[in-house]
Design a protein. Structure first.
Length: 275
């Protein structure tokens, strides 16, 4: 989950940043006190609403990414774009993909300057993986970025990940149009991966969490959506089994109890058919 709000090249350590809050929830260290305080207040709001905390949701999403990328790599996908990639942590897309295919290539995309700086530093000795700074709300700028085009072959299948991203966009920012534009740029056989906060499973808690984001002044809003709305992001794509489900229930590991589901999000992996 990464900050896609315009912010220039200045790192603002006095405002809760959604990428750094997410990093804290994952147990990372690339965050400030203001981010930690916001994360704990968000977690308290979840607990008060009788819902699992952001820390549990972050871990659940990270486990889903591992399973989804493993599945895609086993389908022969060797090119990945992670949109709104957020701050680097363990179990990144490129690390997972390369356990299946050592030659897999990955491009991380984020607007946030801190994410870009950290990402480039960590990936400096990794020629198969790059980080570019670009605004996901401008898909044409992303897909035409010279570094991305030099690194990936857009004429072959690519997996595009939008994990914990689209619920950071308001209706005015037309997230469905953003997904559609990326879909149009992909070759047949490509995949789109999405997780999104659901408004259906925990409507009261979702409303309180969105209000808490606003109260705390986090750099992006939180916009929970219905199952129908989230399903609409997959228009023109073929959902792979088991379809649109909670992240914990998407091809779960045999030794994991699916009843540990936080029921905060929906997740799907979908393939672009031949045109």
């Amino acid at each position: 989950m990464a900050d896609q709000q315009p912010g220039g090249d200045t790192i603002d350590s006095g405002t809760p940043n959604v990428a750094r809050v997410w990093d804290y929830q994952l147990g990372g260290k690339d965050n400030y006190q203001v981010d930690r305080d916001a994360a704990e207040q968000l977690n308290q709001a979840c607990q008060a609403a009788g819902a699992p905390t952001g820390r549990e949701v972050a871990r659940e999403n990270r486990a889903f990414i591992r399973r989804a990328v493993t599945y895609l790599a086993r389908q022969g996908i060797d090119q990945f774009i992670d949109l709104g990639a957020g701050l680097p942590t363990q179990g990144n897309v490129h690390q997972i993909a390369r356990t299946i295919n050592p030659g897999a290539r990955t491009v991380y995309v984020d607007y946030d300057v801190l994410v870009a700086v950290h990402g480039r530093a960590l990936l400096a000795d990794n020629p198969e993986t790059i980080m570019i700074r670009a605004d996901v709300r401008d898909p044409d700028a992303v897909v035409s970025h010279p570094e991305l085009r030099a690194h990936l072959d857009l004429g072959r299948p690519i997996a595009v990940l939008m994990v914990a991203l689209l619920h950071l966009f308001t209706a005015d920012e037309a997230p469905a149009g953003i997904v559609a534009r990326f879909r149009e740029a992909l070759a047949p056989g490509s995949y789109v991966v999405i997780t999104h906060v659901s408004r259906d499973s925990r409507p009261e808690a979702a409303g309180k969490l969105a209000a808490e984001f606003k109260r705390l002044g986090v750099t992006t809003p939180l916009v929970p959506r219905t199952t129908v709305q989230i399903g609409g992001f997959f228009d023109g794509l073929e959902l792979v089994e088991p379809g649109l489900v909670s992240p914990a229930r998407w091809r779960p590991d045999p030794d994991v109890d699916p009843d540990q589901d936080t029921e905060w999000m929906l997740a799907g992996v979908a393939r672009l058919p031949a045109r």
